[in-house]
Design a protein. Structure first.
Ligand SMILES: Cc1ncc(COP(=O)(O)O)c(C=O)c1O
Length: 284
């Protein structure tokens, strides 16, 4: 089945979709993006993703090239034309095409691109065995709350993890606190069962999945602390996991070689993941 992409008003075969070489996304990473999970043909937390997209755009003074209703229509159309039930939709908006000059061009039309791809359903047996995480210095800029397409530190961090046989890298600030993963939010469970994740600020992305889990944690009456935690605290945690639209909740069973809990996914992690699964099945 051939994939379909949307580029500036046209639905094209994915393999033939293109943007201009002087697009500012290509030359300066001057743009933003969103990744939305599609479950049984429906977008999960579409509203929250669009709100965050608008916030990222405003931070960069890029004006959405159309009304949100038109954009929602295109998103639905992209999903329909790609003919799958479970996957993701990727939305990217850049400042557009202009002669290469750092300052904003006087005139440019933002470039809007959407692609979609299928992703395989999660298998609980695999999830139970968890994944390894390493820690790395957080070398990013001071506006990580903007979902910018400028992702080089994240790309290098993920590759460092892969080179060391780990799945994700957790980034650590100058004071020794874990900020977040290269494409995920980081969580731990304290020895007495409190859930801990970094508070929102300009140093992390306000993950839509993070925020959904916070709601679920409140509903289930577990204790939550939005605060900094150190690598040492993480290594001594009862459980650890990370969240994102594509990874949902993924248990972490090793951090820098230190085994977390009994080396298998923790029971609270699995309970929360099941609650999230239920939420997704009832979200539309
Ligand atoms: C740096 C970073 N943190 C957190 C997340 C998780 O965000 P969400 O739950 O909205 O997918 C992502 C997702 O791409 C990310 O890139």
């Amino acid at each position: 089945m051939s994939r379909v992409a949307y580029v500036n008003g046209r639905y094209l075969r994915h393999a033939e979709a293109q943007v201009h070489i002087e697009d500012r996304g290509y030359q300066f990473s001057d743009g933003v993006y969103e990744v939305i999970l599609i479950k049984n043909g429906h977008m999960i937390d579409e509203e929250q993703h669009l709100k965050r997209l608008q916030k990222s755009l405003s931070s960069l003074e890029i004006v959405l090239p159309m009304k949100q209703t038109a954009m929602r229509h295109i998103m639905k159309e992209v999903i329909k034309r790609n003919k799958f039930q479970n996957g993701i939709i990727y939305i990217q908006i850049t400042r557009g095409v202009a002669a290469r000059e750092h300052s904003f061009p006087k005139y440019s039309n933002p470039t809007l691109v959407m692609t979609a791809r299928r992703i395989a359903a999660k298998n609980y047996n695999e999830i139970e065995s968890g994944v390894k995480v390493i820690t790395i210095d957080d070398i990013r800029w001071k506006r990580c709350d903007i979902k910018s397409i400028s992702l080089l530190p994240n790309v290098l961090g993920k590759q460092t993890a892969r080179n060391q046989g780990a799945y994700e890298a957790w980034m650590v600030d100058a004071a020794g606190y874990v900020t977040e993963g290269t494409s995920t939010n980081a969580w731990i469970v304290s020895p007495d069962g409190r859930l801990i994740t970094a508070e929102l600020g300009r140093n992390i992305l306000s993950g839509i999945t993070r925020n959904r889990f916070i709601k679920i944690i409140h509903e289930l009456n577990y204790k939550l602390e939005e605060r900094q935690f150190s690598v040492e605290e993480a290594k001594n945690a009862r459980e650890a996991f990370f969240t994102s639209s594509t990874s949902f909740l993924t248990p972490v069973t090793e951090i820098d070689g230190a085994v977390i809990g009994n080396g298998r996914a923790g029971s609270l992690s699995i309970e929360l993941l099941k609650a999230y699964d239920n939420y997704m099945n009832q979200a539309y």
